[in-house]
Write a protein that binds this ligand. Structure first.
Ligand code: NDP
Length: 323
């Protein structure tokens, strides 16, 4: 029997309410792995967190070793193998985007410092709370003992959305689509890129769509899918976000034989600033992730990559005093 410790922050929130149950249902770790869950949230959410704990216990999950709920970062982060930073302050009425960035920056700075103090250096960190890429940059600056490639931010929801919409256009199954990635920020400037896509048993992909559909429908629809869900449901896309966190964690634990999109510390490939976290096409193994370099980038694609880079540089500039 092996034991893994997984910490989830914002554990009383909507994403965690789906995520916890997905993780404990299995599929990521071998069957003989027991999971200790550490659920962190702010004191004001402690009653809800207690209710979540009772529900988790009521599921009688075979995979559950034990569950700790806390508002104390030392308890939450100590010895953790995987830290899922989900909790973040939502934008309230009348709040400026820069205020939201600064408020969340200070939350992630404090969490980074606590992680650095109490975690082992093999801990893997996934940042979900928005603005996820910039929050991941902050965490990385305050966790000097943790290798930067252990820190990634969630772009898998964007990739899943893009694959699903593209599969539906081509009338093929989602798993038959490979090498579809999303570059840049988890925001409306992201760039879903099909220029390297391969589809099982299908050649001449261009017969199935035209460039007008690509530019006018596919790209904006993926970029604005979150808003579309809110428009229909009246609530944010917490369940599909949780499912994407599950997929992201699965890739980190087990590796992936496809290209994956994750926000990672930029190392200046494709001439993108090395001072931001940016989503690239990655090859992901159980130990590490590597940016796929040397791809042919068209002039048009480069324009998209630069727009989303500029937005991330702007976010970085707003929070630079906290780095
Ligand atoms: P959710 O669980 O719905 O979302 C959590 C974070 O994930 C938000 O930043 C949200 O961004 C982000 N996110 C990323 N992708 C998505 C997506 N596709 N759909 C929805 N969200 C996405 O938020 P809740 O408000 O339900 O819960 C947040 C929890 O965090 C609460 O329990 C709260 O107590 C805790 N919290 C902790 C703080 C702290 O100091 N540690 C401060 C504030 C809250 P977006 O807002 O852009 O949707």
């Amino acid at each position: 029997m092996t034991k893994k410790i997984i910490t989830i922050t914002g554990a009383a929130g909507n994403i965690a309410y789906s995520l916890i149950f997905r993780i404990l249902s299995g599929g990521i770790f071998p069957k003989n792995t027991k999971i200790q869950l550490k659920l962190l949230d702010i004191p004001e959410s402690s009653k809800i967190l207690q209710g979540v704990k009772y529900e988790v216990e009521d599921c009688a999950f075979e995979s559950l070793d034990s569950i700790i709920t806390t508002d104390n970062m030392e308890i939450a982060f100590g010895d953790s193998d995987y830290i899922l930073l989900v909790g973040a302050k939502p934008r309230s009425k009348g709040m400026q985007r820069s205020d939201l960035l600064l408020d969340n920056a200070s939350i992630f700075k404090n969490q980074g410092q606590a992680i650095n103090q109490h975690c082992k250096d093999s801990t893997r960190i996934i940042v979900v709370g928005n603005p996820a890429n910039t929050n991941a940059l902050i965490v990385s600056q305050h966790t000097p003992k943790i290798p930067t490639h252990n820190i990634t931010s969630l772009m898998r929801l964007d990739q899943n959305r893009a694959k699903s919409i593209f599969a539906s256009k081509l009338n093929v199954s989602v798993p038959s689509i490979r090498k579809l990635v999303v570059w840049g920020n988890h925001s409306a400037t992201q760039f879903p890129d099909i220029s390297n896509v391969q589809v099982d048993d299908l050649t001449n992909l261009h017969d199935k769509y035209d460039d007008n559909w690509l530019r006018k429908e596919f790209i904006p629809r993926v970029q604005n899918r979150g808003a579309e869900i809110i428009d229909y449901r009246g609530k944010s896309s917490a369940a599909s976000a949780a499912s994407a966190v599950y997929d992201h964690l699965n890739s980190i634990v087990n590796g992936s034989d496809d290209w994956e999109s994750m926000g990672v510390a930029s190392i200046n490939p494709y001439n993108i600033s090395s001072e931001i976290f940016y989503s690239y096409p990655l090859s992901v193994t159980t130990h590490s992730n590597k940016i796929i370099e040397g791809l042919d980038i068209s002039r048009e694609t480069l324009d998209y990559l630069k727009v989303t880079e500029e937005e991330l540089i702007h976010e970085r500039d707003i929070i630079k005093d906290l780095l």
